[in-house]
Design a protein around this ligand. Structure first.
Ligand code: NAP
Length: 307
């Protein structure tokens, strides 16, 4: 088994992890920064960012990721790629974080910044047709639907932002929402209601995704009338929220009722020496700017703890 050592181990390379890495390295902590794939986290799933302070004209998401990665590497951090499978030990005797592939890292503090992944609808046809018309990433798959008809499922910021993005390619974008008003922020709602390519299907839930080799339709149940209808289309984009990526985190790290990690103002969890930052935390606002703030705070708290 390969063993690495560090004072602080940062898990996750989204904006929270990158900000933690920047602050930890500037605090001269012996820091090991672990990314599962390439840096960026959920930022890589979006096209354009227009609410990150300092970019009044907006910025391409991948460009912002590159700038952040370059910035956090500038102060010399050690990086490793890997997928954590368990956290053992405690702050007193030290932690051992185990990774797939027989690698482990011994450290004195852990910052969990592993983000969240898209929720599934859990309806028949979804798994079978994923990659054949069912998608969770408009940036990745939108261009495959040029001049075709798609539906976006959900009524939050992600659903509306991505529905608007999809109008660049698709001839028509249905937004299927389970209620009759959107959760998305007002400025996105205004844009969505003004876009002639968007059509809203209210009070409706997907019962089934229909197709063999490719998506052909979705069966929709109207919750008010109780009727079911098939909506013919070529693609289904599911944006119904996120689940935190915490399978490797011990039960002793307390969560809220939705499974997100509870932290205090220092980003401390219920387990001394384990900190959390970004979208895997229980919080009212999940944004790049709040993830960055969490990461900076967590690294600051670790530097206080380690003295
Ligand atoms: P979200 O805010 O939790 O919204 C999820 C949406 O999906 C809600 O409209 C919800 O309906 C619906 N939904 C949930 N479960 C469903 C189900 N089983 N079937 C059908 N519909 C379902 O999630 P999100 O849009 O992914 O956003 C996550 C966080 O990231 C939020 O804090 C958001 O503000 C933030 N975000 C911000 C930006 C931005 O600032 N530009 C962009 C993207 C995301 P109800 O409304 O009825 O609950």
């Amino acid at each position: 088994m390969g063993i690495e050592r560090a004072d602080v181990l940062i898990l996750g390379a989204g904006p929270a992890g990158m900000a933690a890495a920047l602050y930890a390295s500037r605090a001269k902590l012996d820091t090991l920064f672990v990314e599962r794939l390439s840096p960026g986290g959920q930022m890589l799933w979006t096209h354009w960012v227009e609410n990150y302070l300092g970019f009044p004209d907006g910025i391409q998401a991948f460009e912002l990721v590159d700038k952040m990665a370059e910035h956090c590497r500038k102060f010399g951090i050690r990086e490793m790629s890997g997928e954590a499978t368990a956290i053992n030990g405690d702050a007193k005797s030290g932690f051992e974080v185990v990774f797939a592939g027989d690698i482990s890292v011994r450290c004195r503090a852990v910052i969990i910044a592993t983000g969240a992944s898209p929720k599934r609808l859990d309806v028949p046809g979804e798994v079978e047709l994923t990659g054949k018309g069912v998608s969770y990433c408009a940036t990745c798959d939108g261009a495959f639907f040029r001049d075709q008809v798609v539906a976006v499922i959900g009524g939050g910021d992600t659903a509306i932002e991505e529905a608007l993005f999809l109008t660049r390619f698709a001839s028509k974008v249905y937004v299927v929402h389970r209620r009759d008003s959107l959760r998305a922020t007002k400025i996105l709602q205004e844009r969505a209601f003004a876009n002639p390519k968007l059509e809203f299907v209210w009070d409706s839930v997907v019962e089934r995704i229909v197709g063999d080799d490719a998506v052909k339709a979705v069966s929709l149940l109207n919750k008010k009338s109780g009727t079911t209808t098939d909506l013919a289309l070529d693609g289904v984009f599911v944006f119904i929220g996120m689940d935190p990526n915490l399978a490797f985190v011990p039960e002793t790290v307390k969560r809220d009722e939705s499974g997100f990690i509870l932290t205090d103002a220092w980003m401390k969890t219920s387990v001394p020496g384990i900190f959390a930052a970004g979208d895997c935390c229980s919080k009212p606002l999940r944004q790049i700017i709040t993830a960055v703030s969490d990461g900076a705070t967590a690294a600051f708290a670790v530097s206080h703890m380690l003295g």
